[in-house]
Design a protein around this ligand. Structure first.
Ligand code: NI
Length: 179
């Protein structure tokens, strides 16, 4: 088991769009994928994007099986994910391992259809809703250099501004915030 350090808000790798992975190289990712799952479980997250552990790659891991209604859903790996369709809108509170102690309600699509490769290199097109849709969209934002705090209204963003500066300096804020 290998837990990797999670990079925090303020690190430039979290603000850039990551690179797609050569599909022929997917079999080489096994170790990194296992380490990403280990890291996510250790940090008690439900999703993790590769750039959150310092890798410039379009790769994310998700496991929502601790939630009752998803207990039969296996952990999932998404490689080179592209959104084909988004529908509806729903507001859900989010947090982020790269922005500790800050939570906020964010409006995103209710369902999403994505095209991706799984960890075996199989091409898939699948529709997701509920918490899976939410986590996929949050992690995909990471891979595109975005944070959930980018969606806050100017007034709310002002409230978290100093906390985000504290996180970029110290890795954590002086106090938590829920918006
Ligand atoms: Ni996040």
């Amino acid at each position: 088991m290998s837990v990797l350090p999670v990079v925090k808000y303020g690190n430039t790798i979290l603000r850039k769009k990551v690179k797609f992975i050569n599909p022929d190289m997917i079999s080489d990712l096994r170790n990194l994928i296992n380490n990403m799952f280990d890291t996510m479980y250790e940090e008690e997250g439900i999703g993790l994007a590769a750039n959150q552990v310092g890798f410039d790659m379009n790769l994310m891991v998700i496991d929502v099986s601790h939630l009752d209604e998803y207990k039969n859903i296996e952990p999932m790996v998404f490689i080179n994910t592209e959104i084909l369709e988004e529908k509806g809108y729903i507001e859900i509170e989010e947090g982020c391992l790269s922005i500790p102690e800050i939570r906020a309600s964010v409006k995103r699509a209710e369902t999403v259809v994505v095209k991706f490769y799984d960890e075996e290199g199989n091409r898939k097109t699948q529709k997701f809703s509920g918490m899976l849709c939410r986590v996929i969209l949050h992690e995909l934002d990471h891979l595109n250099g975005k944070f959930f705090t980018d969606y806050l209204s100017p007034a709310k963003r002002k409230l978290v501004h100093n906390k985000l500066i504290e996180i970029s300096k110290n890795g954590y804020p002086s106090t938590g915030v829920i918006l």
